[in-house]
Structure formats: structure tokens, C-alpha cells
Design a protein around this ligand. Structure first.
Ligand code: ZN
Length: 100
């Protein structure tokens, strides 16, 4: 039977103890056990992290900016990612939404 080992601690993984780590653009990084996954994910996010803009963490990989982790869309520059966050805020507080 094919066995998968944790990328960090090399322990054998089972169906109950396996987490798949994906990069910002959802490319596969590797498989981890439940214990190692949070640290591996945090480390990866730190590598991709650009800045926190209005309480949103912006990430970047290969010149593609994402307004949040594993966002389905990307922007070519940081300003566009910020603008997306600004627009989302405008949406939340639109007069229609507030019932004004
Ligand atoms: Zn592990």
C-alpha cells in the first residue's frame, strides 16, 4: 500500500491525520500531519505576506497580489489589491445596505 509521510516530521500519515498544504495559488506544497500543519501553513503565509491593509492580509507570489489567502483572483500590483479591499468596504457600507 502507498504510504504518505509528513513533510516535516516524517511520521506516517493516515486518513485521520493528514493535512494538505497548498500555496497561495493553490499549487500543492505537500502533506503534513495535524501537528505540523499549522506551523507549516504559518511559515508559508509569512513568506507570501506583504502587508495588512485595513485588517486584510495581502499576500504575493510571483508578482501576483491576492487580497486574502488563496483568493480566487489576483492583481498585478499592490495598489490594485488595496483598491479591491476598498471597494469591498464600500459595498458593506453602501446606503442601500444600511437601509438609508
Ligand atoms: Zn508531522
Amino acid at each position: 500500500m502507498f504510504k504518505i509521510h509528513c513533510k516535516d516530521c516524517d511520521s506516517e500519515l493516515s486518513f485521520m491525520n493528514i493535512r494538505r498544504l497548498e500555496d497561495l495559488d493553490r499549487t500543492k506544497i505537500g502533506m503534513y500531519c495535524n501537528d505540523c500543519f499549522p506551523a507549516a501553513e504559518a511559515k508559508l503565509k509569512l513568506q507570501r505576506y506583504v502587508e495588512t491593509y485595513k485588517e486584510n492580509d495581502i499576500y504575493c507570489k510571483d508578482g501576483q497580489y491576492a487580497p486574502y489567502w488563496q483568493s480566487p483572483y489576483y492583481f498585478k500590483c499592490l495598489e490594485d489589491a488595496r483598491a479591491r479591499i476598498d471597494n469591498r468596504h464600500l459595498g458593506y457600507y453602501s446606503p442601500e445596505f444600511m437601509g438609508l
